[in-house]
Every structure is written in C-alpha cells, then in structure tokens.
Design a protein around this ligand. Sequence first.
Ligand code: PGA
Length: 262
Amino acid sequence: MKPLIVANWKMNTTLSEAMILATGVKEGLANQTGAEVVLCPPFMWLVPINEILTSHRLPHLAVGAQNIFRAEVGAQTGEIAASMLKGVADYVIIGHSERRKSFHESDAEVAVKARLALDAALRPIVCVGELRKPSAEYFADPTDLPASQAQAILAQVDAVVAGLSAEQAVKIIIAYEPVWAISTNKDAVPANGHYANHICGLIRHRLKKKVGGAADSMRILYGGSANPENAAEFLHQPEIGGLLVGGASLKVKSFLSVCGAI
Ligand code: PGA
C-alpha cells in the first residue's frame, strides 16, 4: 500500500497563496506517484482548490477538510456539517490536538464527529497523541515503555471506535500525533522512527480488538514536525502508513520532498 501523506494547512494561506500552493503540488505530483496525497486547506478554499484538482485529476491527489461540526445540518451559526462536504472533500481531520485544546473537544465529541464523517462517506483522519514527551531512555528504545505512557493514546483510540461497527471502524485513519512533537508547540522536537513505530504498533494492536485482522491494512499515520529531513525515517517503519504534515506542507518544495521520501 502506498503511504498516505496529508497536508494540514491549519489556519494559513490567503486565497491566492492557497491556489499557488495547490497548483504547485499538483504539478509536482504529476510525475511523482509513490504516495497518495491529501491537501487539507481551510474551509474557505475547499471549493477553489477542488476546482484546480478536478481539471486533469490526478488519481493520487485528493482534498480533505480540517474539521466538521458535531451535529448534522441545522441552526449552528458559523459551523460546517459533514454532509455539506459531499462532492468537495473526501477526507476530514478530526480531533486534532489544537481543537482538543482550544475548543475543548472531548473524546466523546471526537467519536461523534468520526461517525458523522463516515455517515457522509468521508474518510476520517482521527488524531490521537499524548501531551508529555517520554523520558530520554524510552525515547531512544521504546521496548520497555511503561504502559502509562501509551494509556491516554489508547483511550482516545478506544473512544473513537466504541460507537462504530467493525465495518465502519476499519475505514478510519488514525494519525498518531504526540502533542510535544507538533512544531508550533514550545520546545517541540520530532519523535524518532522507533518511538513512533512502537506507538503505532500499540495502536494497531488495540484496533485489532475491534476489527480483528483487518487492522493490519488500516493506515496509521505519524504527525509532529515531519519534514523533508526526517520523513523517510518515519515512512520506512513497518507500522507507519504515512504522515500528517503541518508546517512543512506550506511550501511546495518541502511538501513535495516529504511526499517523495519513500
Ligand atoms: P507540524 O504539524 O508538522 O507543523 O508539527 C502537524 C500537525 O499539527 O498536524
């Protein structure tokens, strides 16, 4: 399976910057087909970017949203429902740590959003991750990592699949994003390949309880300061099926090098 590389533009780009970025990525990917790529611009630019991508569509380039509201269409001023994204996005990021923090999104809310996304035929990319960096010894060799370090992550995984059927759960993409590694956080450092691989393995093991052997083909992404220098280290790990990229997705050149790091 090709790796999935997801660009999370967050609250960045003007319309013209977004068009230039999407056009540049599309041009670069025309002869770079080793990864499946998803661009997640701010809501405002979903429609114009979709237009750029639909003329001479590349089969390995799709569009995703960064969020949806926790209920279906109705009286929710300023919000966007999953069903409104039909025909505009194929993927949606759910439960990013910035939303969990700034908008107090709980595990229960994240689970509801994942279900609404699936009901609307969107592929949810559900973010999970711990707040605290492990101590240096486990970071270097995670084999004996205490169960408590992974507990919060696995609880987030359990919460999102709890209300889903196995058939639905298998469609979820988990993005393991240790919060301490996200580039915009103070003192952020990327995880290393071994550590991220270990945690992604624990997540897959947990998913097996819900979906059985089908978990082997589920994609688990790593995110947190992924960039052209470290992308290959993550992508070569057996449990890591792709990357969720923030800062390095905002420049055509750096994002294309991440996509090419396979
Ligand atoms: P970063 O962001 O690559 O800039 O660390 C990743 C994310 O928050 O999804």
